[in-house]
Design a protein around this ligand. Structure first.
Ligand code: ACO
Ligand code: OAA
Length: 463
């Protein structure tokens, strides 16, 4: 028998190939589990600092400074690592591994947001009981304060849903446990527990906030159902969006939200939350800032742009869609100086495994296979890589997750694509908030890289 802490210490230094070995029969709560795993990680950090702080892991070239820091190994991020060819691994587990071992909701097949959150936070696969325990805790904490409801209800329905989401999340910091404790004057060693409290509260409240925005903007005539204490986080979200009766869409949302949860630390949303959090801003305002990075069309908003672009393509081509007509539309987009949304990536150099997992979901359901919008997305993915290769600019001509994430929502009737990035925003909290807990548990410092002007850079090169 091995102890969990020694197992975690080993996991920290090498990938775990035997997925089954990640199963633990435990009745511990999330906080108790974290209390157990934190000392080994603190020890690991101490060792890295004392024994290896001068080890060189890369070099900084002028192209890195001018090229958006692409490729620089410059951040610590615990929950996931992105391999350019294989894609994302969460604590060493690939997406198919996660699909095998992470518990689904009762009666469902897809992993829940809670089980992914547990894995990201602790490095352990929760038991179904632990996952359900976390669902119950989140449902208990899920209601919005009345002033936040009033704030969201007062916004014009023409304000982009992402702007509204960021405002609601920031306003929730009114009740931040971390901020209140910091003002009281707590020890650094206690930071993580208050951060965890805020992170759980925020995760719990995101569905009610995001669903309220959807209702206000698109269906003001509807009333919002109350939180169901027996449902998982996404079950409740789907219910409050008005799709609770559609088990297929609810399952898709579970998969979507688990898969989009984390993508290592350098992506713009995760990095923003990490940067803002490093000033000891509380998790609400740190994550609010992250949402505004996610809301850019080169990042999360691309999933809205993909649907808009695919619908425009469908309108222009009409019913007779062929590979040639898609090719022509792709060239038209490129020649007009626009990017093809849903293609390319800052790190990945192969098709995104999240794209593949969502496509597999489509392939497993006959009603999705015969859906015109899903067929169009699939056909586009067959044509676009060759066109992008011929165009010759992008380092990665393959589809990323945004190329396909919206079409299933559209098929099942969630057609308001300006809302899609909000769903991404509910998901990305899982990874960004996990790192805030770890940043406080490990006592990570203020993030403050060195910058140069072009004159200063030229001087540096000469010297
Ligand atoms: C969840 C996510 O955030 S996944 C990403 C979602 N974003 C998109 O799908 C938007 C479309 N894709 C892109 O704009 C880019 O591929 C990005 C932003 C994702 C990555 O950017 P980079 O790392 O700079 O990509 P790369 O190094 O390959 O770019 C080189 C050139 O190819 C161009 N390029 C990259 N992808 C594309 C594309 N899909 N269509 C057309 N041109 C592209 C870049 O604009 C750049 O052109 P430039 O030299 O004129 O500035
Ligand atoms: O990793 C990135 O830069 C973008 C991305 O796919 C994500 O954040 O999910």
């Amino acid at each position: 028998m091995f102890s969990r802490s020694s197992f975690l210490a080993k996991c920290a230094t090498r990938n775990v190939s035997n997925v089954a070995s990640r199963r633990f029969a435990s009745t511990k709560s999330l906080k108790e589990t974290l209390q157990e795993v934190i000392p080994a990680k603190q020890e690991q950090l101490k060792k890295l600092k004392t024994e290896h702080s001068q080890a060189v892991v890369g070099e900084v070239k002028v192209e890195n400074i001018l090229g958006g820091m692409r490729g620089l190994k410059a951040m610590l991020w615990e929950a996931s690592v992105l391999d350019p060819n294989e894609g994302i691994r969460f604590h060493g587990l690939s997406i198919p591994d996660c699909q095998k071992v992470l518990p689904p909701a009762p009666g469902g097949k897809e992993m829940t947001a809670e089980s992914m959150f547990w894995l990201l936070l602790t490095g352990q696969v929760p038991s179904p009981e632990q996952s359900r325990q976390l669902s119950a805790e989140l449902a208990e904490k899920g209601e919005l304060p009345e002033f936040v409801e009033k704030l969201i209800d007062s916004l014009p329905n023409t304000l982009h849903p992402m702007t509204q989401l960021g405002m609601g999340v920031a306003a929730l910091n009114h009740d931040s446990a971390f901020q209140a404790a910091y003002e009281r004057g707590i020890k650094k060693s206690e930071y993580w527990t208050y951060t965890l409290e805020d992170c759980l509260n925020l995760t719990a409240k995101l569905p009610a906030l995001a669903a309220r925005i959807y209702r206000n903007v698109y269906h003001p005539e509807r009333s919002l159902p109350a939180l169901d204490k027996n449902l998982d986080l996404v079950g409740n979200y789907s219910n409050m969006l008005g799709f609770g009766a559609n088990e297929h869409l609810t399952e898709y949302l579970r998969l979507y939200i688990a898969l989009h949860g984390d993508h290592e630390g350098g992506n713009a949303s995760a990095h923003t939350s990490h940067l803002v959090g490093s000033t000891l801003s509380d998790p609400y305002i740190s994550y609010s800032a992250a949402l505004y990075a996610l809301a850019g069309p080169l990042h999360g908003l691309a999933n809205q742009e993909v649907l808009r672009w695919q619908m425009a393509m469908q309108k222009e081509i009409g019913d007779n869609i062929t590979h040639d007509s898609i090719k022509e539309y792709l060239w038209k987009t490129l020649k007009s100086g626009q990017v093809v949304p849903g293609y390319g990536h800052g790190v990945l150099r192969n098709p995104d495994p999240r794209f593949i997992a969502l496509q597999e979901f489509c392939k497993s359901r006959p009603e999705l296979q015969s859906s015109p919008i899903i067929q169009l997305v699939q056909q586009t993915a067959e044509v676009a890589p060759d066109v992008l290769k011929e165009h010759g600019k992008t380092k990665n001509p393959y589809p990323n997750v945004d190329a396909t994430s919206g079409c299933v929502l559209h098929h099942y009737g969630l057609t308001e694509f300006k809302y899609y990035t909000v769903i991404f925003g509910v998901s990305r909290a899982l990874g960004a908030l996990t790192q805030l807990v770890w940043a406080r548990a490990l006592g990570l410092p203020l993030e403050r890289p060195k910058s140069y002007s072009m004159d200063a850079l030229e001087k540096l090169i000469k010297n």
